[in-house]
Design a binder for this molecule. Structure first.
Ligand code: NAD
Length: 479
């Protein structure tokens, strides 16, 4: 399987003809090649995008909206094929890709196809000065969208859809680890009538292709989702060039469980928030804090539920956890488990790699629960990004709040309680961009999405994304 770049509406090989291998995490085998594109490929993509921008930026909102809605339909019409491609590339259960990743990719286009028709700007009548000010929100020009491997098409389209809706032309790079569904998106866009050069999808390594995108002087804004370290690097390159930046980065999210919660709901959702997508979701609640009154009961019940999760072939209907995304990532996750005891942690469940019959070289790991004694340990401070959660008891609201906030990250937090006053107090005091109360990962695409502290800068979602992808201009008319 050879993946190609999608530039000016056509598939093409990278200019320097350099390729990298693409692995299938389920069996550890190479199953294709992808371009390792360079500055020259990015320069070419920018050239065609500049031409396309002239007409796309002045295309009516209705027309842009219609095309985005057609792309959404195109994604839906290829649901099975896209879900299988996502599962093969990423190792995630095909059922998850079918029920979450691909439907959400379609929703992203549908949502922003509608949102752009409702996007309005302000006007200010400067009474006494005989002047009217109004705000113009104009497309920026050429923007860069760079996404990670954990929710490949879901996050790729979360950036591309608002960028296109707002009238920009896009140079987009999916993760080199999961290029497949981004590759198929090109065909879908052509079929939907997206004009040539409006969306250009270029593949390759972050240090090569990604670097060329962030450094290109004609790419005026970068929307990036990925690791905090990469985000810091991108900021360092982009800031002196005065690019607009949206950075969605890592997390180490607290899941705070009070004794007065709805226990069964909490238990079932906590299994999901700990291990969905093999724990490879930036929003996973990787630090579980449980009020001491129910700690022992929770420990027994949680481990009982976790032990029923089925790890195996991502292609099988009954699989709960598939393979981790790559050999390197498995090694990284294992390194935390191997040093857990030095970190004063006790492995209560899991902690071992699994060999799946017929798929012996795949990257499988048991869901892992580690009891920790102190929030300052490495296991509670560093993002592991795998099927590993820590649990520890707490006694008071004050204590758990202080532990929840005691991390460099601030992406999301979950609280389980039926106490309304506590909910209000804690929602205000938690240092995170999203607070879920008695639920997890319930998303409404109109809401602002993003992190505080080292979890990011800026907000995506709803009109926030359309504001990010437009330049704001004040026009003042005296009459
Ligand atoms: P990563 O930072 O390694 O890579 C993300 C993307 O950046 C990839 O496309 C990669 O090729 C590219 N990249 C790498 N170096 C680059 C460079 N120098 N210049 C430009 N681009 C470069 O992250 P990952 O391992 O793919 O994803 C996992 C991380 O993403 C985790 O930390 C996770 O928390 C985070 N994440 C955050 C969110 C969020 O919404 N906040 C969502 C999903 C994942």
């Amino acid at each position: 399987m050879t993946i190609q770049n999608f530039v000016n509406g056509e598939y093409s090989n990278p200019i320097n003809n350099n390729w990298i291998d693409n692995y299938c995490p389920a069996n550890g085998k190479i199953y294709g090649q992808i371009p390792n594109s360079t500055e020259e490929d990015i320069a070419l993509a920018v050239e065609v995008a500049e031409v396309a921008f002239k007409s796309w930026s002045t295309t009516t909102v209705e027309k842009r909206s219609t095309i985005l809605l057609k792309i959404a339909e195109g994604i839906e019409s290829r649901l099975d094929e896209l879900a299988e491609a996502e599962s093969k590339d990423n190792g995630k259960p095909v059922n998850l890709a079918k029920s979450v990743d691909i439907p959400r990719a379609a929703s992203n286009f549908r949502f922003f196809g509608h949102a752009i028709t409702q996007f309005a700007s302000e006007s200010h009548d400067s009474t006494g000065q005989n002047a009217l000010n109004y705000t113009l929100r104009q497309p920026i020009g050429i923007v860069g969208c760079i996404s990670p491997w954990n929710l490949p098409l879901y996050l790729f389209t979360w950036k591309i859809a608002p960028a296109l809706a707002a009238g920009n032309c896009v140079i987009a790079k999916p993760s080199e680890v999961t290029p497949m569904t981004a590759f198929l998106l090109g065909e879908i866009c052509n079929k939907a009538g997206l004009p040539k050069g409006v969306l250009n999808i270029v593949h390759g390594l972050g240090s090569n292709t990604g670097q060329a995108i962030i450094a290109h002087s004609k790419i005026k804004a970068i929307s990036f989702t990925g690791g905090t370290k990469t985000g810091a690097h991108i900021a360092a390159i982009a800031a002196p060039k005065f690019k607009k930046l949206s950075l969605e980065l890592g997390g180490k999210n607290p899941n705070i469980i009070f004794a007065d919660c709805d226990y069964e709901d909490m238990l079932n959702t906590t299994v999901k928030s700990s291990f969905a997508n093999q724990g490879q979701i930036c929003l996973c609640g990787s630090r579980v804090f449980v009020e001491r009154a129910i700690y022992d009961k929770f420990k027994t019940d949680f481990i009982n539920k976790v032990s029923q999760l089925k790890v195996g072939d991502p292609g099988m209907e009954e699989t709960d956890l598939g393979a981790l995304v790559s050999k390197d990532h498995l090694k990284k996750v294992m390194s935390y488990i191997e040093t857990a005891e030095q970190d004063d942690g006790t492995i209560l469940y899991g902690g071992q790699e699994i060999s799946v019959e017929g798929l012996e070289n795949g990257y499988y790991l048991m869901p892992t629960v580690i009891e920790v004694k102190n929030n300052s340990c490495k296991l509670n401070q560093e993002e592991i990004f795998g099927p590993v959660v820590t649990i520890m008891p707490f006694d008071t609201e004050k204590e758990v709040l202080s532990m929840a906030n005691d991390t460099t990250y601030g992406l999301s937090a979950t609280i389980w309680t039926n106490n309304l006053k506590r909910t209000m107090r804690m929602s205000k005091a938690l240092e995170s961009g999203i607070v879920w109360v008695n639920t997890w990962m319930m998303r409404d695409l109109r809401t602002p999405f993003g992190g505080m502290k080292n979890s990011g800068v800026g907000r995506e979602g709803g009109f926030e994304a359309l504001r990010f992808f437009t330049d704001t201009k004040n026009v003042c008319i005296q009459y």
